[in-house]
Design a protein around this ligand. Structure first.
Ligand SMILES: Cc1cc2nc3c(=O)[nH]c(=O)nc-3n(C[C@H](O)[C@H](O)[C@H](O)COP(=O)(O)OP(=O)(O)OC[C@H]3O[C@@H](n4cnc5c(N)ncnc54)[C@H](O)[C@@H]3O)c2cc1C
Length: 599
């Protein structure tokens, strides 16, 4: 008899999407299990670029420090000696490159500390979803039955199957997702003609820009250089369909029949590098050849009980370094929503916003990738080929799409779908003219009122599943009577016995108060108690003791110090809405659409 068990969330696949999901849920105290078919984690190669927004997200879970220590940083692109990142508000204005195995290790080690390991090697063999409407609506039911097969159970008589009943399942099982196929979810889009070889090596070269991201766009073919951790470099080499045999049934490169190996890839690269030279200094670390599909799944979930995330629901080219980033950010979007539903804090319809937000993002990503790929793979403009792609056109495209490709430009839109709560509310957007609702909270340094210690605000808004009310109270220094009265009224509104802070489960909200008053003119105790739940939660828009950091924060967010505003930050760091200090009623209306009231 197979063993049977129950779990709140079963994550299938322990790549970047699955690991992000499992660590975030575990951190939130959710009963989660994660399985993978591989006996061991990825050792080398695969994805390697971590974009600025993803670094911010990892930091919000306390995971960025190791990434920054172990990874390489790309600050400059060779073309025009421009910045690698074109989003000036990026807290980390560079990309980190580190192989996927090392990135997965960061997650695995943090999960281990929380008492969670990946169960492997295991595959799912059957997935059944209940048709019972009541069961599907009840977040505490277990409507998904998954049969698992342990691939390492070899001894006779040992039953290698297992049944797991789950409240929710996340299919994070990669581009050839079993979960997606089992659910019958169709991918829209097509396989492209772009075939890429990838080689990771330590080079011996006289190419002066080997430690910058470069695109070599020559009539001998295109090649992209990505500097990596240590002395390693990755080369993306464009191949033609004459070089590669594609298995028509799977759409994958047939590695048996394809005669191109790492040496041949390096030979193609040499032609692009000419007149410079490139040789390997030692063994090739990792290599692959793969075909690019530009596809998005038609649905990202079935009945909001089985979800797909990461490559399972979108695939695109590797050049702009998006795959791993998009994948981790998918499940970052899902973690808090699932946690709220499982805790009984939010209505299950909140989970619909996952597909709404992440599918739109994936579609934008494919549109971006199509433009970028065509430019990259097109012939360079020369005397003979006037229709070719000029370096200027390439550079312009790179800068136009810069904010989007580094993740900083991710922008979640309001929805008007009746069955789904609208978690992006724009009514008072004008109060924060530089902080766009639907985008991530801008980073900035403020000084703590109690002890003048400077803090990056993003570090005070971690991914701890709480909603943050960031209250810009304006200038409440001596003589600012009108503003002080407005703040006192806000405190009364917030503190009402049936008000915002009392009507949902304890622990939904955290308050952070930011005063446009200099340190000489304010004690943190001047604030009403509800706006200073702890001495550390009052900040000043002021410089530190030596004037080296901080200040001008109200300008950064576009908040008028004589007005103030409340910026509502979602648990994943995106701004859900903005209201005036008199807007507590609006906040109640906003949260009532998806949080379950206890009063
Ligand atoms: C060979 C290869 C080379 C790549 N090269 C690059 C590159 O050069 N640059 C780049 O940016 N991106 C590259 N990618 C893509 C990049 O790795 C992905 O975009 C990124 O890893 C997506 O993360 P994910 O978690 O969604 O999926 P994946 O990283 O694919 O993880 C899926 C996980 O699910 C597991 N799994 C799959 N099927 C099952 C199953 N039936 N049961 C249990 N577990 C299962 C897998 O073992 C894997 O651990 C490459 C991918 C591959 C496969």
């Amino acid at each position: 008899m197979p063993t049977e068990s129950k779990v709140d969330v079963l994550v299938l696949g322990a790549g970047p999407a699955g690991l992000m999901c499992a660590q975030g849920l575990k951190r939130a105290g959710v009963n989660v299990r994660i399985i993978d078919k591989r006996p061991k984690k990825v050792a080398a190669g695969q994805a390697d670029g971590v974009q600025p927004r993803t670094i911010e997200v990892l930091q919000s879970y306390g995971l960025a420090e190791r990434l920054l220590r172990e990874g390489n940083q790309m600050h400059m692109v060779r073309t025009g000696r421009t910045a690698d990142i074109t989003a000036p508000s990026a807290r980390y204005p560079f990309e980190v490159t580190l192989h996927q195995g090392a990135i997965e290790a960061i997650f695995l080690d943090s999960m281990r500390e929380l008492g969670l390991e990946v169960d492997r090697p295991i595959i799912p063999t059957a997935l059944e979803l209940s048709h019972d409407e009541n069961e599907l609506r009840d977040p505490q039911s277990y409507p998904v039955k998954v049969t698992l097969k342990h691939l390492d159970f070899g001894s006779e008589g040992q039953d290698d199957t297992e049944i797991v009943y789950a409240k929710f399942v996340v299919g994070a099982d990669g581009a050839h997702s079993w979960v997606r196929k089992t659910l019958g979810i169709i991918m829209d889009g097509e396989q492209t003609d772009y075939i890429w070889g990838v080689v990771d090596l330590i080079p011996s070269t006289n190419f002066p820009d080997i430690r910058n991201r470069c695109a070599i766009h020559s009539s001998n073919g295109s090649c992209m250089i990505i500097p990596r951790e240590g002395d390693k470099v990755r080369l993306y080499i464009q191949l033609s369909d004459k070089d590669v045999v594609v298995d028509k049934a799977t759409g994958r490169v047939d590695k048996e029949k394809t005669k191109v190996g790492p040496e041949e890839l390096l030979e193609v690269a040499r032609k692009s590098f000419s007149p410079f030279t490139i040789e390997k200094a030692g063994e090739i670390d990792w290599w692959t050849i793969y075909l690019i599909g530009q596809r998005v799944a038609q649905k990202f979930s079935v009945h909001e009980r089985v979800f797909i995330a990461g490559d399972a629901c979108h695939t695109h080219s590797p050049k702009a370094g998006q795959g791993m980033n998009a994948s981790m950010n998918d499940t970052h979007n899902l973690i808090w929503k699932m946690t709220y539903v499982l805790r009984g804090w939010a209505d299950i319809s909140l989970l619909r916003t996952y597909e709404f937000e992440r599918r739109k993002y994936a579609q934008d990503l494919i549109a971006f990738d199509k433009k970028f790929s065509a430019l990259f793979s097109g012939k360079p403009r020369t005397e003979e080929c006037q229709d070719g792609v000029s370096h200027e056109a390439f550079l312009e495209a790179f800068q136009t799409f810069g904010a989007f490709s580094c993740g900083i430009g991710i922008h979640y839109s309001p929805s008007s779908i009746p069955s789904m709560p609208n978690i992006t509310e724009l009514k008072h957007q004008s109060l924060t003219s530089h902080q766009t609702v639907g985008m991530r909270i801008l980073p900035h340094v403020f000084v703590r009122a109690a002890d003048a210690r400077p803090f990056e605000i993003q570090d005070l808004l971690p991914a701890n599943t709480k909603w943050k009310l960031v209250v810009f109270v304006g200038d409440i220094g001596p003589g600012k009577i009108k503003q002080i009265e407005r703040v006192a009224k806000l405190a009364d509104d917030l503190g009402k016995s049936t008000g915002l802070l009392k009507r949902y489960e304890d622990g939904v909200f955290e308050i952070l108060t930011i005063c446009a008053t200099v340190k000489e003119c304010l004690n943190y105790t001047d604030l009403p108690e509800v706006l200073r739940p702890h001495w550390s939660r009052v900040l000043l828009d002021d410089v530190d003791m030596f004037g080296r950091t901080g200040g001008k924060g109200y300008d950064i967010y576009g908040v008028d110090p004589s007005q103030g505003a409340i910026i509502v930050v979602r648990p994943d760091g995106y701004v859900g809405t903005v209201t005036p200090l008199e807007g507590v009623k609006d906040l109640e209306t906003y949260f009532d659409t998806f949080l379950i009231r206890t009063l």
